[in-house]
Design a protein around this ligand. Sequence first.
Ligand code: AGP
Length: 612
Amino acid sequence: MCGIMANIGSENAAREVLAGLKKLEYRGYDSAGVAVFNNALNVFKVKGKVADLEDHVKNQPMAGLVALGHTRWATHGVPAENNAHPHMSENGRLAMVHNGIIENYQSLKNFLIEKGYSFKSDTDSEVLVQYIAWYQDHYQLELTEAVRRSLGDVEGSFAFVILDSTAPNTMVAAKNDNPLVVGISGSGFYLASDVFPLTESCDKVIYLEDQEIITVHLEGDYEVIDFENASITPEVHTLERKDTVYSKEGFDSFMLKEIYEQPEIIARTLKSYVDTNLAEIKIEAIDLHRRIFKQAKRIVIVGCGTSWHAGLIAEYLIESMAGIHVEVEYASEFRYRDPLISTSDIVIGISQSGETADTLAAIKLANERGAFTYGIINTPGSTIARHTDAVSYIKAGVEIGVASTKAFTGQVSLLTLIALKLATITGKLHPLQCKKSIDEFLEVPKMMQEALLTDQLLGDLSQNWVNKESALFLGRGLNFPVALEGALKLKEISYIHAEGYPAAEMKHGPIALVDSEMPVFILATNKSALLKLTSNIQEIKSRKGEVIIIRNAGMEIDAALADYQIEIPAVSEFLTPLTTVVPLQLISYYIAKGRGCNIDQPRNLAKSVTVE
Ligand code: AGP
């Protein structure tokens, strides 16, 4: 993971880099560093966040036209100052910031040790910079050529920026399997892990492709070559300029703000994809490829974490509504198991960031095998969006909290529309029924808003669970993936062990965990599962588990069965994931808050997982 930010040409390049790193902190935040060239190369690093780095450098001479920085998520080596980037070559000439994993770092390191090199960190990145330095010294090469030739021996994924202090008017960057964007501004170049930090200062960007190296000069020119030394003319994209000042708008965390944004996001999604006059769903990616969708024999959905949960909901909806066979897989498993993919398959990649390494690799594999690939993405211009045959964007806006909330409901709402749309294409849904479903969907923002009124009640109730060690989330049908999502939220931000299960699976093992100390959250918002679910609740109650039922208004559930019942507004069954997840998000939030956890930046996590 990690965020890379570099600048050449601005009056105070280090200031630009620090500002950019703050926007990249969602990629990792265990340590940070910056190097600035002003007569000599000065490197500053801290264990901690970019704010700690800012504090650390505030009285240091930071002026200079060239700087590069990094915010880290540890892969090789614990979070510590010596493992933070930039890493220097032993001769003090080169400084590098790197994102990715050098898989053959040990053999490169052994080679360098034999040559007499020593290392200050436990990272694979330091091996890479030292290896480039060895090439440079040994063959007397200028930096770009030393980078190009040394990469011939390097295995793994990387995006890096490197600076040679003997030629500080130039920076070099290379990429393979990790993103790197080059922003072009009036005053020079910005090199970053993604476009977020560039939108305020750059009008144009180049998305470096795999196996490409760019050399940017203070004078304003640049060259791109590939690893074979062929010259490349990159596509230069226009960037929409916007000031991206992210504010919590009075909420105490981005996560809570994002939970509250959800009704508006669903309304925006409906506005973007539904023609209410015609009662029609207009999804350009599908309309343009209608024949492919009509003839599809199978849809395979790939994603990770929360996006995978959204995929499971889509499986239930698409199969039942449109009658198309759907499979959902963890992208990390799909990419390595030699899956059977045919040209009549559609492979859908779901990703908030559009940068998740495993999802990207799964999509590339599906492309190679001739499937039609379709991205459901939140981040315009992201790598996955650029590697799919078609893409539809969810309308969640930038999500800052590491725990995904509004992106999940954004994904589920778009996937629900896709299911309805496909059902009209396969002829399983009559236009009149479609209109009825759309009308019901249009009520959801209001219902979500009402579901948010449980906030205070859940804030109070959650104090009961602040000191628990474990929790279970159970649901049937569409609520099973929602249970998984509820458990993931609680784990991520409160560090309480939590599991989501299909309610009926309890008897096959997990019920052994239930005792009076175990809160069990039961999702009872889908009427069709209620009777069966009631028996599952009885089983938990008889083992003294603490039962918390989340149910729709108007649903009768025997008061004796539950310790607490939380009522949310009733919506049609196919829409229940959108409302049911709201109290689960709030419960996780309040429990984490009660435990004093960092809600927006939980330990060990990063928002965007760009390493496998
Ligand atoms: C969710 O709360 C997570 N932090 C995580 O599981 C996330 O959904 C996953 O890493 C996938 O990310 P993506 O949607 O950006 O691909």
